[in-house]
Ligand binder design. Structure first.
Ligand code: ARG
Length: 559
């Protein structure tokens, strides 16, 4: 697609204002009556010492002389630009047709992005708190792949810490292999909860927990055997959820993977004169940067979360030679990542600037209260997905009882509703998930987009198949059709901006806008039987489907 913002920026000449500055000011007016693009002139008033109204008038006059293929008009301090509609319709439809049903990813750009996401903790349930990191990371994974990056998805497992000594101790006392085999993480979680209850009564249990953790640290065969079994059980359970969400990873190297790489990091910090002692612990002092010290070694010589992240960052750079390394982790860890990145920088690694923390807010469930892992009163993600699917099945039974593939559709719609709920608001905002809102087929929801997609499908089923090829583009120049065309033309720009801001919600928002715009078009025109409008429908269907794919949501053919 031609980048018309660029055309505009190139043909508007203002002394003292750069082309890129003008480019960034060009916007899409929300009111179609204002044209296709708009340039506000208020910012130039100071440099040019003229009123915005006068500037807009002069700019549009000279722009129109440039024959850039758009028409400029000055309106109250803005220059509004209009494209030649028929030409733009043709360009957009042809581009969309050339992409076919499945948009191919861009050619490789030779760049690598590492994405650390989901990063669950062993023997802990996959609860709703993990939803955001998992789906934001999973979506970014698809988005960057689509843009031609080599992407490395990393599940930085929480598989190290004294709690695993406690778990082994609980297992030795009360564990039952059959039960663990059957109930997976739930059985492990119960052991853990029981350990804490009993340890409150009997202090010796904690002693025993430490004993088993020491054994893990020392590489004791039995301890490691039991622990790796816990790991398998956890991953087996969690994998079911990943499958349902369409999430993949290229690496499961978690915290314990770095055990034999910590000494190097500590030596290096020592050599570079960055380590100082503080109450027997070793830390990197960050006073100068207004941050508390970064803890590297506890007084008993145990390493910390940050120590492992330093080792992991170095390992990722060495192994993948990334251009960017993202960490999709809740905002509660803002300080942790600020410290780790600062220490990397102090170690002299200029690639520290390529490490980016992608924070997000908290999720809670409407009417569920605060969610905590401690006492075992957690909301399991599996239950949330199951409930959403069940509720969807009921809605489908009411709306479309004869639907084929009911179960599969209910699954795609129910899971999609939850994922969309998580991805549709800007990631940093805390959110409250509500089934009713997420499953409202007329709201700003996944089911609404999926329903629109299925509607397109059904229109196409009713049409003769030869809507492709040359069509009468003039027939799509009315306001409703043209509004859809404009959105279609923006797909790539939207995906780029989602990648740029690490913000899948930009795609989610776009798909809502496209659906609403298409439905408006559909209500005001007779589509079935009309070749041009059917062609437009085909483009919308494909764009919705490919957009949904990028935010991990399926697009059933019928609903
Ligand atoms: N397992 C950690 C948690 O649940 C998240 C790990 C994030 N990744 C990292 N490299 N620190 O809080």
């Amino acid at each position: 697609m031609t980048d018309y913002k660029k055309t505009i920026a190139q043909n508007i000449k203002i002394d003292g204002v750069s082309e890129s500055e003008i480019y960034s000011l060009v916007c899409y007016p929300t009111d179609a009556a204002m044209g296709d693009y708009s340039l506000p002139c208020f910012k130039f008033a100071k440099v040019l010492r003229k009123s915005p109204v006068q500037i807009a008038a002069e700019l549009s006059e000279s722009f129109n002389k440039s024959n850039a293929g758009l028409n400029a008009e000055a309106v109250s301090g803005y220059v509004n630009f209009r494209l030649d509609r028929a030409a733009f319709v043709k360009e957009t439809i042809e581009k969309c047709f050339s992409r076919g049903e499945e948009f191919a990813p861009a050619e490789s750009n030779g760049k690598t992005v590492c994405i650390d996401y989901s990063s669950i903790n062993i023997a802990k349930p996959f609860h709703i708190g993990h939803l955001l990191t998992t789906v934001i990371g999973g979506s970014l994974y698809r988005i960057f792949k689509f843009l031609g990056y080599n992407v490395v998805g990393i599940n930085h497992l929480g598989d190290w810490g004294t709690q695993f000594g406690k778990l082994i101790s609980a297992y030795k006392r009360w564990g039952n292999d059959d039960d663990i085999d059957k109930r997976g993480i739930n059985a492990l979680l119960e052991l853990y909860v029981k350990f804490h209850e009993e340890a409150e009564k009997d202090e010796r249990l904690n002693e025993e927990g430490r004993y088993w953790f020491k054994k893990i640290e020392d590489g004791d065969k039995e301890a490691l055997g039991i622990f790796s079994h816990f790991k398998e059980v956890t991953l087996r359970d969690v994998d079911k959820i990943y499958k349902r969400l369409g999430i993949e990873f290229d690496s499961y190297n978690g915290e314990s993977f770095y055990n034999d790489k910590l000494a190097d990091v500590i030596n290096e910090l020592e050599e570079k004169g960055l380590l100082t002692e503080s109450d027997g612990a070793k830390v990197v002092n960050l006073d100068e940067y207004s941050m508390p010290p970064c803890l590297i070694l506890k007084s008993d010589g145990a390493s910390l979360y940050a120590t492992r992240d330093l080792a992991a960052a170095k390992y990722r750079k060495k192994t993948y030679n990334f251009d960017k390394s993202l960490y999709v982790v809740a905002y509660q860890q803002n300080l942790h990542f600020a410290q780790v990145f600062k220490v990397l920088q102090l170690m002299g690694y200029d690639w520290a600037k390529d490490c980016v923390h992608v924070p997000f807010g908290m999720v809670s469930l409407e009417n569920a209260g605060a969610l905590s892992t401690r006492k075992g009163n957690v909301v399991f993600l599996k239950d949330v997905l199951d409930t959403a699917v069940e509720k969807t099945a009921k809605i489908i039974d009411e709306k479309n009882p004869t639907l084929k593939d009911k179960e599969k559709t209910a699954d795609a719609v129910g899971v999609g509703a939850v994922v969309f709920g998580a991805l549709s608001t800007s990631r940093i905002k805390d959110m409250v998930f509500s089934y009713d809102k997420a499953l409202n087929f007329d709201g700003e929801t996944a089911p609404y987009i999926q329903y629109t997609h299925a509607r397109c499908r059904s229109i196409l089923n009713k049409s003769s198949s030869d809507f492709s090829g040359r069509t009468n583009y003039e027939a799509l120049c009315d306001d409703e059709s043209y509004a859809v065309i404009k959105l279609l033309s923006r797909f790539d720009e939207i995906v780029l901006s989602a990648a740029d801001k690490y913000e899948p919600s930009i795609i989610a928002r776009y798909l809502i806008d496209l659906s609403q715009s298409f439905n408006k078009f559909y209500i005001s025109h007779k589509v079935v039987g009309d070749k041009a409008r059917t062609a437009l429908t085909y483009c919308v269907k494909n764009t919705l489907k490919n957009g949904l794919y990028l935010i991990l949501i399926g697009a059933p053919d019928a609903m």
